[in-house]
Design a protein around this ligand. Structure first.
Ligand code: NAD
Length: 472
């Protein structure tokens, strides 16, 4: 049984003053494995003030100094990889392969940022002026539970590269992962106050960071409704905002796609992180003539998926993070049935033999129309909707007929053709014949999937602002 009652503020672990105590429940067993005391608005205020004090000197550090800090952060995250793996699996049951990837990724973010920082031109001549890229200032970074360490690391790497002191607010569902990441940050020995971590709820801790006049920039990853709240709260003090939000990504299987290779990828896109991924490709658009074969193959593939212990490397799908998430998935499976979709695999309830833990049955629906709830709303569980389409044009129209536009996937034997399709898709990223992201390229959403871009140079520039100096 672990207890977490300290946050990382002004270079030290200090007791939090909040009164709320929450149980940490292992989603695979429903056992209480820890307890966390959540931070208060007052803790958040102290963290912001520490960042404001640190910003003065940190904003004037040299590129070489910040590269050295990023390299120390990378080494420290690597040294904490095993602890992070354990926390990720225990706290939200990320399947072991995914949890390992996250632990490596959290370290890699800092290395990537150090490399791009080394070659970045902070000063340019434009017309008769000198344009200087300056750090925007103290930044509030918000992370969701489904990608706690990865989001903390990628946002922090970009902010440090740019010269912004930060206050990080991980989800209240991620105190254990937040503690491990804070330990790595402390071990990296950055100046006090440059990075602060306060784990608490959105209503007090989040709102304090989100509206504090000393915070110049907010970088938020989470759901679209919360992103809208944050944006409204930010406007009074004109904070710069980056929002990485909800998705309902389409996978377009073109009529020339090789099903043997494309379908496992499409299924991987749908069910990654047990379906609890913003970029999950949960709408599979299939030429009508190929539907029977696709449905047969999907049924066999899903029936063969191993659901269970997230620590077992053979497990493809672990439990949902919480009872609430389990209920949400059940609700959408019922909606799919009520609205007339055809159940191909899975269905309501738990998989047989798994009576404890928030396990759901990986589910595939066919004959889904794009106006059904299961095609429009983010379910955040392993539920795939297969929609028949009559033509490539219709596939593009259906893919684009969504309030969201985070990512899309195109599967085709002809890469040039897939690129032509990609050009017409309204999504921040289009992956062709792959599901692995390119971590050096810009990432973010169009429409209600967000504002702004993360990763790579674009991610760092989200924490910079140009100043124009024009001599006579
Ligand atoms: P959420 O919106 O409930 O919470 C995200 C974060 O915001 C948490 O830290 C939460 O405590 C905080 N928060 C809540 N209310 C707040 C407020 N009023 N002020 C400030 N902060 C507040 O999302 P979640 O359930 O943690 O995460 C799942 C969602 O995140 C899904 O919709 C998923 O698609 C999305 N997501 C998006 C991306 C992306 O890159 N686009 C990545 C991962 C997750």
């Amino acid at each position: 049984m672990r207890t977490f009652d300290q946050n990382y503020i002004d270079g030290a672990f200090v007791p939090v003053t909040g009164e709320a105590l929450v149980d940490i429940v292992d989603p695979a067993t429903e056992a209480v494995v820890g307890r966390a005391r959540l931070a208060s608005g007052e803790d958040a205020r102290r963290a912001v003030e520490a960042a404001m004090r640190a910003q003065r000197a940190f904003g004037r550090t040299t590129v070489a100094e910040r590269v050295a800090m990023l390299e120390r952060l990378q080494a420290a995250m690597l040294a904490h990889a095993d602890a992070l793996l354990e926390a990720t699996i225990t706290e939200y049951s990320g399947p072991v392969a995914r949890a390992k990837w996250v632990a490596d990724y959290a370290a890699q973010c800092f290395g990537d940022a150090a490399r791009k920082l080394s070659s970045y031109a902070f000063e340019r001549t434009v017309g008769g002026s000198i344009v200087v890229m300056e750090p925007v200032g103290v930044s509030g970074l918000f992370a969701p539970w489904n990608s706690a360490a990865g989001t903390m690391a990628s946002k922090l790497a970009a902010a440090i590269a740019a010269g912004c002191a930060t206050v990080i607010k991980p989800s209240e569902l991620s105190p254990w992962q937040a503690h491990v990441v804070s330990g790595a940050i402390h071990a990296a020995g950055l100046p006090s106050g440059v990075v602060n971590v306060v784990t608490g709820r959105g209503a007090d801790v989040g709102a304090e960071i989100g509206t504090h006049p000393g915070v110049a920039k907010l970088s938020f990853t989470g759901s679209t409704p919360t992103g809208k709240l944050i944006a409204r709260g930010a406007v009074d003090t004109m904070k710069r905002i980056s929002l990485a939000l909800t998705g309902k990504s389409a996978s377009l299987l073109l009529d020339d796609a090789d099903l043997e290779t494309a379908l496992p990828l499409a299924l991987g896109a749908a069910f990654m992180n047990s379906g609890q991924a913003c970029v999950a490709g949960t709408r599979l658009l299939v030429p009508r003539a190929r539907m029977p074969e696709v449905v047969d193959r999907l049924r066999s593939a899903v029936d063969a998926l191993r659901v269970g212990d997230p620590r077992d490397p053979a497990t493809a799908i672990g439990p949902m993070v919480s009872r609430a998430q389990y209920e949400r998935v059940q609700h959408f499976i019922r909606r799919g049935l009520d609205q007339g979709a055809t159940l191909v695999a899975g269905g309501e309830g738990r998989p047989s033999g798994l009576d404890r833990g928030w396990f759901v049955r990986p589910t595939v629906f066919a004959d889904v129309r794009n106006d059904m709830d299961i095609a429009r709303e983010e379910i955040f569980g392993p539920v795939l909707s297969v929609l028949p389409v009559e033509s490539e044009d219709q596939a593009i129209d259906v893919a684009n007929d969504s309030p969201y536009g985070l990512q899309a996937y195109v599967f085709s034997a002809d890469v040039d053709r897939a690129r032509r399709v990609a050009a017409r898709l309204q999504a921040g990223t289009v992956l062709i014949n792959r599901v692995a992201p390119d971590l050096l390229a810009p990432f973010g959403g169009v429409r209600q999937s967000g504002v702004g871009r993360e990763f790579g140079v674009a991610g760092m520039e989200a924490f910079l602002e140009p100043k124009t100096i024009t001599p006579a």
